[in-house]
Design a protein around this ligand. Structure first.
Ligand SMILES: Cc1cc2nc3c(=O)[nH]c(=O)nc-3n(C[C@H](O)[C@H](O)[C@H](O)COP(=O)(O)OP(=O)(O)OC[C@H]3O[C@@H](n4cnc5c(N)ncnc54)[C@H](O)[C@@H]3O)c2cc1C
Length: 388
């Protein structure tokens, strides 16, 4: 395996197109959406038209025929400017559409993927529950098969689910206990629940610290019935499915975190050259220069980490450890760069109108979502052969 340090012509063209879109379309508008805590439908629609939601899917399902590496490039460039739109894309692809593509029947793929790939519909993935997040195998949501009507009957609650309550959300894939193994452990399965199904209620948006222009909701299921055919893949395979989904998602989140770390540097570099103190630009001080040098070092190394994990994933090699390493490293780097960027901006860095304030608020969740830093360390230790 080798990591190419130069992008192919195709990848570079995609990166440049998304960078231009982020700079010209997202940057001027997103601050207002963020302040109003409003989902940016017009920007998401435009991302759909550009084909970003279809990047890693085959053309026969309406995708762009690219791969996870291409998705990572797009996420990095979006998050360099704003994380709410980046997480909307990340969750839409990695958590919404990818499980349908990886584990769905041909009919499920043909039903859902074209609209998901076009960004006209968003999908969500409901794993986390009020009583279990890191320990997602402890899911309490249940689904029983009513053989008479040939329907799953779902009961339970999911929390913190991204993209689950927008006007264009079409489905949520939920994990639920569908039985017990011989040793008494739960059999977990994934089931597609279309939006608007009776018994499926989406609560109002959470008030969040960051990602304020993205959609996050609590979901409840009370005797919610969906056809038996909505089972995703085999019954009892839900645990393995979500482990795979999260491994891949971590690669995408790493690219997003790298973008945030780079965006902090972009903003700080420009500010340090322009802001005057004691009669000269603050960037003339070695203390500030060293901060910027360290931010560059972290963003650069973060990029190598996500690209390494993505290259392994795309070439079909084992990538679990590298995905965990990349997720752990890039998220911690994003938080550090956001803290330093705010420091370099002084009091202005604490004002929401400055992008670095938004980046600071958006950074912390990267150490929590799709597996906390502690969970990543547990995974890496396990890969090192250390028993839990
Ligand atoms: C904005 C946002 C969007 C999200 N989107 C989604 C989504 O789309 N779909 C979805 O399913 N979930 C989503 N989540 C949920 C997210 O993945 C969980 O919050 C995360 O996995 C942590 O779970 P928890 O919050 O239950 O924390 P807990 O599991 O309760 O953990 C609390 C603390 O204990 C630590 N901890 C737990 N177990 C151990 C251990 N064995 N050793 C050491 N430390 C441990 C954790 O690392 C953490 O620091 C989202 C969350 C947020 C905030």
């Amino acid at each position: 395996m080798s990591i190419e340090h130069r992008l192919s012509e195709e990848h570079e063209s995609l990166r440049a197109t998304v960078a231009e879109f982020a700079r010209d379309v997202v940057a001027p508008k997103i601050g207002d959406f963020y302040e109003r805590e409003e989902f940016p439908y017009e920007i998401v629609r435009e991302m759909g038209r550009m084909g970003l939601f279809g990047l890693p899917f085959p053309e026969e399902y309406g995708g762009m025929g690219g791969d996870y590496f291409a998705l990572g490039l797009a996420l990095e460039e979006l998050a360099r400017v704003d994380s709410s739109v980046a997480i909307t894309l990340e969750a839409g692809v990695s958590l919404g559409a990818m499980p349908v593509f990886r584990f769905g029947t041909e009919e499920q793929k043909r039903t859902w993927l074209p609209q998901l790939c076009a960004g006209e519909m968003l999908g969500a993935f409901g794993l986390t529950e009020p009583e279990c997040g890191s320990d997602a195998g402890g899911t309490r949501t249940t689904a029983r098969l009513d053989r008479e009507s040939d329907e799953w009957v779902i009961n339970g609650t999911k929390c913190f689910i991204t993209n689950s309550g927008t006007d264009i959300t079409g489905l949520v894939t939920v994990t639920a206990v569908t039985g017990r193994k011989d040793d008494g452990r739960p059999r977990i399965s994934s089931i597609i629940v279309p939006s608007g199904t009776p018994g499926f209620t989406v609560s109002k948006k959470y008030s969040k610290v960051g990602w304020n222009a993205s959609d996050t909701r609590e979901l409840s299921f009370v005797e919610c019935r969906v056809p038996a055919a909505n089972l995703l893949g085999e019954e009892g395979r839900g645990y393995a499915q979500f482990l795979r989904t999260l491994d891949e998602g971590r690669v995408a989140i790493s690219a997003l975190a790298t973008g945030l770390a780079q965006g902090c540097l972009d903003e700080s570099l420009a500010y340090a050259q322009q802001r005057q103190a004691f009669g000269r630009p603050i960037g003339a001080n070695q203390a500030i220069q060293f901060k910027l040098a360290d931010m560059e070092m972290r963003a650069h190394t973060a990029r190598l980490a996500w690209r390494d994990a993505a290259s392994r994933l795309v070439s079909g090699e084992a990538f679990k450890k590298e995905a965990a390493l990349a997720k752990l490293y890039t998220s911690e780097v994003a938080v550090t760069n956001a803290r330093e960027a705010t420091q370099i901006h002084g009091g202005y860095g604490f004002m929401n109108e400055y992008p670095v304030a938004r980046m600071w608020r958006d950074a912390k969740i990267l150490e929590i979502g799709e597996g906390t830093s502690e969970v990543q360390r547990m995974l890496i230790a396990r890969e090192l052969g250390l028993a839990g």
